[in-house]
Write a protein that binds this ligand. Sequence first.
Ligand code: URA
Length: 237
Amino acid sequence: MKERLDKYIASQTALSRKDASRAIRDKRVTVNGTVSRASDAKVNTDTDVIALDGQPLTYRRYVYYLMNKPAGVVSATEDKTERTVIDLLPPDLRRDGIFPAGRLDKDTTGLLILTDDGDYAHRMLSPKKHVNKTYIATLDREPDENISEAFRAGVTLSDGTVCQPGQAVCLGNNRVEVTIHEGKYHQVKRMFAALGFKVVSLERIRIGALTLDRELSPGDIRVLTGEEATLVFSEKS
Ligand code: URA
């Protein structure tokens, strides 16, 4: 694929497009070993070797990150008043165009994928693709097994919306493991509200067959391999 040099640098490093242009002007960038001073030079992403400050860049079309989202940050790329999940990216993982693939509420914790691959996010989030998302909900009181049956049948929300069938497994200590494949606004909290329960805390632990990495503390982020990223489209075995 052919791409402008400044865009290539901005997409593969932590530099903004403006800083990438400046780095090019400052002779910090080489293309196949030769300094290039033209931001609009077209480079071949498959064959050209681009280096910044003497370090060759390994071209990655898209990136996929796994975050253990902490409470208190919003799942957005920018916000006037709140800290966003993008603000938590360490400098070496910053690139143009990264966004959270799906939203978790500000107070919801756990597995969140960040990527710059719009098709991937669309596929993961489309209700038609039936990608399962699993949460641990802690409720205000102990539910009984009726809850599992209600989820299996499809919960009707207070506004009359009927949710597609899901799964709910009681774990004890007011905790329920919930699996749904839709992503309606506040869906898990609204499903429990419709059944007479309040969700005290909510953590997402799995998407498809990709499980929250317990080595990650809240707020930590790690790069997913392409293979790991595609686990979201497999069923948990
Ligand atoms: N359902 C909710 O109610 N909140 C979330 O953050 C995710 C699913």
